[in-house]
Each structure stands twice: as structure tokens, then as C-alpha cells.
Design a protein around this ligand. Sequence first.
Ligand code: NAI
Length: 248
Amino acid sequence: MKELEGNVAVITGAGQGIGRDIALALGDHGVDVAVIDVNLATAGETVAMLKEKGRDGLALKCNIVDYEEVQECFREILGWREQIHILVNNAGITRDNLLLRMGEDEWKSVIDVNLTGTFNVTKVATKHMFKKRYGRVINIASVIGQMGNAGQSNYGASKAGIIGFTKSVAREFAPRNVTVNAIAPGFIETAMTAVLPEEVREGMRRMIPLGKFGTGADVANVVLFLSSGLGSYVTGQVINCDGGMVMA
Ligand code: NAI
């Protein structure tokens, strides 16, 4: 995608998993990437992979729950590059438990990282997008925010919250030529899902019409569409990347 060449992307949680795959896919299309993660070592590894592709990258240690850390992080990014074209809010965690057993810490940590973190980063990044009257914001939600899942009330609430957040800010930002969309992945092969027992994985596979799990590259393809000119008339949408698990 030629028009992505020279763009700058910021991706949270891109030290591994889906975020890393998104960073590498954007890198393949000529995008330089600021990789934000709580884990600086893995963020550095993603940047090294981008550099192997001939792209540039910047690894930043940042806990997105902390608004001041996020502000400091973007000061560094804007010292590195003068414009941010693409923001992918990808960092997310799970702390699964049945509601009756769920502790306040399990509830709060998931809402803090997944939802408040998305708020913090979007608020700081879009201030700069507004000035340039251009931006593509992509929030990684989940099918669990649409269909629910026993043991994931905290995660489901955070991801449903991301969907409501996406639609509201899409309306606010549209006059500034900043699009805001969400991707709802289904079951994607990553460290987050590799730990599940085989019988659980088999049960999930039966729920997927396409009969197989997705990959980070599948999610990255949707990011490429939304962040390129091909997706320029799409805003406020939730695009499922789930092999057909959820059909609205
Ligand atoms: P992962 O656990 O492999 O990677 C998440 C990354 O976020 C890690 O590098 C971690 O260090 C970072 N991170 C965690 N807390 C952070 C914080 N406070 N500040 C900055 N960085 C932080 O996860 P995975 O599987 O790659 O998931 C990425 C996103 O996709 C998440 O939002 C997840 O909820 C979502 N998702 C994943 C699915 C899957 O099947 N793996 C399905 C649907 C959605």
C-alpha cells in the first residue's frame, strides 16, 4: 500500500503477540513504528525486527494506565517524528474469574489497562492528530465484548467499553478527518491463548464457522485496511476478525 509509506504509527503492547504482528505488517508497508510496552526488552526486540526490514522504530517503556507516563512517552515520540498518522490501542490483559470469586483487584486491573489505558493514549495522541487534521485510530476490542464469556465479566466489560468509546470519539473526531474504528478479534493464536487446555481449544474451534483459529497477521490485515486510503470512508465501526464467530 503505497500511500502508507512514510507514515508513523504508535502501537501499544507491541512487544509481543498481535501488537508485534501489527507493527511488522505496517513496517512491511513502509511505516515507522513507536512500540509502547511495559516490557522494554520485548519492545526493543520488535524494533530490532523492524530495523531488519529496513524500517525505523522507537521502543518505549510505558504503563498506559499512568496518564503522566503516557504524556512523557508522546513527548519522546514527537521528538523522534513530527507527526503521528496511526494509533493502534492494542495493549490488553486478562484476569479471568467467575464473578462471585472475582476480587476488586482483578476487576480494576483489567478495566484500568484495557479501557482507561485506551482513553489515556487516545486523548494524548489525538491532540497531535487534530493539529495535522489527519489520523487513524484503531482500537483492539474482542468478540467477548459483544457476546460475553463466563469467567470474563471484567474483560468483556472492558472490551464492550472500548466499543462504546470508539463510536463516541468517532463522532467527535470526524470533523477533524480523524477516523476511529475497532477490531474485534475472535480466537487468535498468541501467548494469551496458548496456555488454554486442548479440550477448551477444541470447544472454541467448534464455535468458529471457518473452523480454525486466527493469527496476528489476520488482525494486522484489517489494521492495514483501516489505516490506508482504502479505509478512509470508514469510521465508528467494529470490524470482526473472528472466522465468523459473531455475525451481527
Ligand atoms: P499479549 O499478552 O500477547 O500481549 C499484550 C502486550 O501488552 C504485552 O506485550 C504486554 O506487556 C503489554 N501490556 C500489558 N499491560 C500493559 C500496560 N499497562 N501498558 C503497556 N503495555 C502493556 O496479548 P495478545 O494476545 O497479543 O492481545 C493483544 C490485544 O488483542 C489485547 O487487547 C487482547 O485483549 C486482544 N485480543 C486478543 C485475542 C487473542 O485471542 N489473543 C482475542 C481478542 C482480542
